[in-house]
Ligand binder design. Structure first.
Ligand code: ZN
Length: 166
């Protein structure tokens, strides 16, 4: 099975490697994810081959836009939304999104769409951020250490495949 993920998948802290199949995002999703999700984590998933970043063809994008105009969803869809639907059309993939307009257009196009929150994906990765200066640990991402201003390092606490490393 092939899955196409939208941005919220990452912002919810879900783990692409927990998906049973090929996992694809578009460059538009990558850009959005990088705003709220450390690039280091995203690189980990792409470097390890868990995640593929692919661009949909123009033809697929046009098909999605046409359908969205018919359903009246076009005004509610971002370029990112359109890109993930088009990618799902091309790969005949399952689309994971909580966005109602995305789900609606995808279904009209015959794409299986699953909501993230009700999909039962429970496996999430736990990360912590350790200061390279003072060594303090933080549960949330900061640009620099709020205490001493040094750079923070992302540390993987646990993953579904390695729950012992705590
Ligand atoms: Zn510090």
């Amino acid at each position: 099975m092939i899955f196409v993920l939208d941005t919220s998948f990452f912002l919810y802290g879900m783990d692409p490697s927990s998906m049973d199949g090929e996992v694809i995002i578009t460059p538009e999703v990558e850009k959005e994810v990088e705003k709220g999700f450390p690039a280091r984590k995203l690189r980990y998933f792409t470097d390890s081959g868990i995640l593929k970043i692919l661009s949909p063809e123009k033809k697929s994008l046009e098909k999605v836009r046409e359908t969205a105009e018919k359903t009246g969803d076009i005004g509610k869809l971002s370029e990112t939304d359109i890109s993930v639907i088009a990618m799902a059309v091309e790969k005949n993939a399952v689309l994971l999104s909580d966005d109602y307009s995305v789900q609606n257009v995808a279904r009209v196009l015959g794409i299986e769409c699953r909501a993230l929150r009700e999909d039962g994906i429970k496996e999430i990765w736990k990360w912590t951020y350790r200061c390279t200066g003072c060594g303090r640990r933080f549960g949330e991402h900061h640009e620099v250490c709020p205490v001493c201003g040094s750079a923070l390092k992302t540390v993987l606490l646990s993953s579904p495949k390695n729950n012992s490393r705590k």
